[in-house]
Design a protein around this ligand. Structure first.
Ligand code: UDP
Ligand code: MG
Length: 313
């Protein structure tokens, strides 16, 4: 029996021409004849033949809807575009490289049917994930969760099911710097986590370059916490106290010994230290100021160059 409710599957794609057909085959075999569904493929400004292949797929199969960006706007914005255009009662987002096993989808849907409004997945650590990825991911969650009141579970992946209510809530958020994992943790609702083992990438290389990862982490932290701005208060106080103690020490040397005047080193060290802290804090403030500057422009998160979706819901 086919589930009468509609499921939208959102797939962000950036230069995935080698894997997208295989992805289509696998996902279709998992959901066809079981659900009433659409697959929204978001081409995030790919430079290879991804769009061409997506167009072909859309011709062959009318479950396929696509949105193609005018340039690369990043994975998070691609997922957001999918949410914006999805018409389903539940929306599932997952990667196009088969690292998020589509076989898990029926499980996500079952949990949704039980009444959970967000069913998200947690990547279990195992050998096939590179050490670099494991370390950076752990480090990121440690820092981010210690700074922010919105806690994101370590390993949380962008593979999740959202109920229509949650999608509508997220659609209302106008922020340019998207960190969906944080937003999901922030919106609340009844949530359920499923653990999974990530597969190897089916084809091609990771599209998350080191640069993109750093940007992603910085957005994750600075979009959900203003605590870094307060670091200056703690640092300033700590070092003021230290400087005060040092002054007393210098006075004692001056008053009770003959070793005074050798102060050059301490002055230089002091100047270097404090200008370092100044620069650090200016950098943090600049980071927030820059974000406010961009947010103030109220630019859209992405620009659609081509699509086969008429109107969105
Ligand atoms: N992706 C995207 N835009 C980007 C980078 C990645 O739409 O700028 C897509 C990519 O095609 C894939 C998903 O986001 O479907 C996750 O990317 P990837 O597998 O390269 O990241 P990793 O799994 O290595 O973290
Ligand atoms: Mg991947």
């Amino acid at each position: 029996m086919i589930l009468s409710k509609k499921i939208s599957v959102v797939v962000p794609c950036f230069n995935e021409s080698d894997g997208i057909r295989e992805f289509y085959k696998v996902i279709t075999s998992v959901i066809e004849n079981k659900y009433n569904y659409e697959i929204i493929v978001v081409d995030d400004g790919s430079k290879d033949h991804t769009l061409k292949i997506i167009r072909e797929l859309a011709q062959e199969d009318n479950h396929i809807k696509y949105i193609s960006f005018s340039r690369n706007f990043g994975h998070q914005n691609a997922v957001k575009a999918g949410l914006d255009h999805a018409s389903g009662d539940a929306v599932i987002s997952l990667d196009a490289d088969l690292q998020h096993p589509p076989q898990l989808i029926p499980q996500l849907i079952d949990k949704w049917q039980e009444g959970y409004e967000v069913v998200y997945t947690i990547r279990e650590e195992h050998e096939s994930i590179s050490l670099m990825k494991k370390m950076t991911s752990r480090f990121f969650y440690k820092i981010s969760n210690s700074l922010s009141e919105t806690k994101v579970e370590p390993g949380a992946a962008d593979f999740r099911l959202l109920d229509r209510k949650v999608v509508d809530a997220i659609k209302q958020m106008p922020e340019n710097y998207l960190f969906l994992r944080g937003i999901i943790a922030w919106v609340g609702f009844k949530q359920y986590a499923i653990k999974y083992k990530a597969n190897e990438r089916f084809a091609g290389e990771s599209k998350y370059t080191f640069n993109k990862m750093v940007k992603f982490a910085s957005t994750g932290i600075t979009s959900f916490s203003t605590k870094p701005l307060k670091i200056s208060i703690y640092l300033g106080t700590a070092f003021a106290l230290l400087a005060f103690a040092f002054a007393i020490y210098a006075l004692i040397i001056y008053a009770f010994t003959d070793n005074a005047i050798q102060g050059w080193a301490s002055i230089v060290i002091g100047i270097m230290f404090f200008s370092g802290i100044n620069l650090l804090m200016l950098g943090i403030i600049g980071e927030y100021l820059g974000k406010m500057f961009i947010e103030n422009k109220r630019r859209p998160n992405y620009i659609v160059g081509e699509t086969n979706i008429d109107g969105s819901r």
